[in-house]
Design a protein around this ligand. Structure first.
Ligand SMILES: NC(=O)c1ccc[n+]([C@@H]2O[C@H](COP(=O)([O-])OP(=O)(O)OC[C@H]3O[C@@H](n4cnc5c(N)ncnc54)[C@H](OP(=O)(O)O)[C@@H]3O)[C@@H](O)[C@H]2O)c1
Length: 259
């Protein structure tokens, strides 16, 4: 039974770095819903999810982050179409005794890149084969952009098979490949704070002013990959807009659920 004002939060491990509590404090303030609290829940083992829910009967919605975006699926009672297609969630809504999973990363990524896309961005390279890369592949396919994965394992990764598409190894990226792929989306954690100086082995010297390079990382605001891309004259976009947009979509889902 729910008691008291609704509680929202973000579930992950580790969770100390999450920007979600700050983002949602702002969203809730703007919505005039300051009676709602938003907390970070550090949950190392997803098997303890029912205990967390039992401890917080007023928990009405959750964001889900690494490492639980996929492992939480068996616990959920229903999935949105995007979450079902990706096999990953980042937003949960309580519905009776169950939880419904959504994926607002898809919405956030699509809305964040759309203003920067031009006709020439008809083929893309997607670096990394994890959960965020799956969301990016899903969006690019829906936009009719032909995407090729790039993986440390080349064409042999499980992630690649899941997208049903071939992948390249980083050592196969050359001037020809880059000339024919003018959109590059970086979906690995390499270069995230505090490893700001790190970068995947991507040959930035082949980038040109025709390229759009998107890095899903938002901290630092300008990764080494984006710095090098800008030096080549490429257009560079970080993950801050995607982060804000996926959070706003999560709030829309929660508020429409009657919170
Ligand atoms: N802006 C936003 O709203 C937003 C949303 C979601 C995620 N993100 C960011 O996107 C990044 C990726 O998230 P994720 O959940 O997809 O991460 P993930 O599942 O942990 O990793 C993604 C992929 O990165 C590659 N990778 C991992 N470590 C690597 C290394 N040392 N060198 C090269 N490649 C490596 C791996 O692919 P291979 O093994 O195939 O190479 C892995 O499958 C994170 O920085 C996250 O913060 C941002």
């Amino acid at each position: 039974m729910n008691t008291g004002a609704p509680l929202l939060g973000v579930l992950g491990h580790p969770i100390g770095h999450s920007q979600s509590p700050t983002l949602f404090a702002d969203i809730l303030k703007r919505a005039g819903r300051t009676e709602i609290s938003y907390r970070a829940f550090d949950l190392p083992d997803i098997q303890h999810f029912p205990d967390l829910v039992a401890q917080h009967p007023n928990l009405a919605g959750l964001n889900v982050t690494v490492p639980h975006k996929r492992s939480i699926l068996p616990i959920l009672s229903d999935l949105s179409e995007a979450a079902q297609a990706l096999g990953a969630v980042n937003t949960l809504v309580r519905q009776g005794d169950g939880w419904v999973g959504h994926n607002t990363d898809v919405w956030g990524f699509q809305r964040s890149i759309q203003p920067f896309l031009a006709n020439r961005h008809e083929r893309a390279l997607v670096l990394g084969t994890g959960g965020s890369a799956a969301a990016v592949h899903h969006v690019l396919a829906s936009l009719g952009i032909d995407a090729l994965g790039v993986s440390r394992q080349g064409n042999s990764t499980a992630g690649t098979v899941a997208y049903g598409r071939p992948a390249l190894g980083y050592d196969e990226l050359n001037a020809f490949v880059l000339k024919h792929h003018l959109l590059v989306v970086h979906c690995t954690p390499v270069g995230m704070h505090p490893q700001d100086h790190e970068m995947v082995p991507f040959p930035t010297s082949f980038l040109t002013p025709d390229h759009l390079v998107v890095d899903l990382i938002y901290n630092p605001a300008e990764t080494r990959l984006l710095k090098e891309a800008k030096r080549q004259g490429a257009h560079a976009l970080n993950g801050a807009d995607m982060l804000r947009l996926q959070a706003e979509k999560a709030w829309e889902i929660w508020s429409q659920s009657g919170i």
